[in-house]
Design a protein around this ligand. Structure first.
Ligand code: NIG
Ligand code: FE
Length: 399
């Protein structure tokens, strides 16, 4: 008697990458039904399926998640890069009206088609590396219309490409030229931009740039309190260039993540624990700014704060459309283990986006899967541009 078909796909003879998995991890099977992982176990106990694939000992990982990007922007900042190479600092360039403000001008002046085309190229590069979920921030529009446009374009990318997109409103990124007073602009965000983004369902979270060249903790708090009142989770660019105690503020608002955190003090790390806030490490920005202050990795480990790793892909501090390179940078520059780097772009990155059923090879999670022709999971972080996934499924559908 033939068994009833109970799964859409069964992948057999796969090694499942999980923290601590050894090169000789047992060969297992994994079943997919209705876009979800429906079963994991021994090969001879696998359910029958419409389609079976023999992985021949290759490694399965969850689809990668880039939980912090500014993927949509006009122009580039190669000229500022040249100035920085002559010794002018990122902050000085920002104070002279360059930096984020120059990308704001270029983004506002770009057509929707041009922004979709340039962001689409960067997105495709990430997808080719195995990225299945990408967070995209606004923050280069800085008017009601332009911020909403950026978020709409981000949603559009999610329809145009085989990838899940999460959007984050980052109106509190820099002071736009229309305003001379930061508090007045915060009023505008709280009263106009945030409610409009919520009305149109355009934002999945709200972010701020808590920094001298950005906004003060008190100003960020106003954005957080308005976001929470509207039911949106918050996160923050905090302690990137100085220690303003932004991470503590994010934790007070039960924030999803604190991002950058090079200047976070070890004694402030424990404050992240009760809220389950994720530490998002952005080694590409650290690298590109030639930063020397390291994030408090030992304290994060000691307090078991989940560490995510993301690209921060943006024209000013991280012109890098490669999450695999960010994994390598997290290991080399921040001392993460390859296991920590992999958890950082899967399970912990999911948490940084508030997602609970993606990022792990476990029953009930999305069947966003990658197959790698590698000898051990450490190979994913080990090199630069040496490996890419050989097969890729999004919600159980091979891409
Ligand atoms: O994550 N720090 C603020 N935002 C970006 C940089 C944006 C820019 O310079 O255009 C970052 O590093
Ligand atoms: Fe950023």
């Amino acid at each position: 008697m033939t068994q009833p078909v109970s799964a859409d796909l069964v992948i057999t003879h796969a090694r499942l990458a999980a923290p601590g998995a050894e090169a000789q991890a047992p060969l297992q099977a994994l079943a997919v039904s209705a876009g979800k992982i429906s079963w994991v176990g021994a090969i001879d106990a696998a359910p029958s399926a419409r389609q079976t694939l023999d992985a021949r000992g290759q490694w399965l990982t969850p689809g990668l998640i880039d939980c912090h990007t500014h993927l949509i922007f006009g122009g580039n900042r190669a000229q500022e890069f040249a100035w920085r190479q002559q010794g002018v600092s990122y902050q000085t360039i920002a104070e002279r009206g360059g930096g984020i403000r120059s990308t704001v001008t270029a983004t506002r002046n770009a057509s929707d088609a041009a922004l979709l085309e340039s962001a689409g190229r960067r997105l495709q590069t990430l997808i080719d590396e195995g990225v299945c979920t990408v967070e995209i921030k606004s923050g280069y529009g800085l008017t009601l219309e332009q911020e909403l446009r950026m978020l709409r374009l981000a949603r559009q990318l999610g329809r145009d490409y085989p990838v899940n997109i999460h959007t984050t409103l980052l109106a509190a990124h820099a002071l736009p030229p229309e305003f001379s007073d930061k508090d007045a602009y915060i009023d505008h965000i709280v009263q106009q931009i945030l409610p409009a983004a919520v009305d149109e369902g355009l934002a999945d979270a709200v972010d701020v740039f808590c920094e001298g060249v950005g906004f003060s903790p008190a100003q960020c708090e106003r954005v957080f309190s308005a976001a929470c009142a509207l039911g949106l989770p918050v996160k923050g660019h905090v302690e990137q260039l100085s220690d303003l105690k932004g991470a503590r503020l994010v934790a007070q608002y039960q924030g999803l993540s604190v991002d950058h955190i090079e200047y976070l003090q070890a004694e402030d790390v424990a404050a992240l624990k009760p809220s389950g806030t994720v530490a998002v490490l952005l080694p590409a920005a650290f690298y590109f700014l030639r930063e020397t202050q390291l994030p408090p990795i030992a304290a994060l480990r000691e307090h078991a704060i989940p560490m995510a790793v993301a690209t921060d892909c943006n024209p000013g501090t991280a012109p890098q459309a490669s999450l695999l390179t960010a994994m390598n940078q997290a290991c080399i520059l921040f001392g993460l283990t390859p296991d920590e780097a992999l958890a950082g772009v899967t399970t912990h990155a999911a948490k940084a986006l508030g997602l609970h059923t993606t990022g792990e090879l476990r029953v009930g999670h999305d069947a966003d899967l990658l197959l790698w022709d590698i000898g051990s999971p450490a190979e994913i972080s080990y090199g630069i541009n040496l490996v890419k996934p050989v097969r890729r499924w999004l919600a159980g559908v091979e891409q």
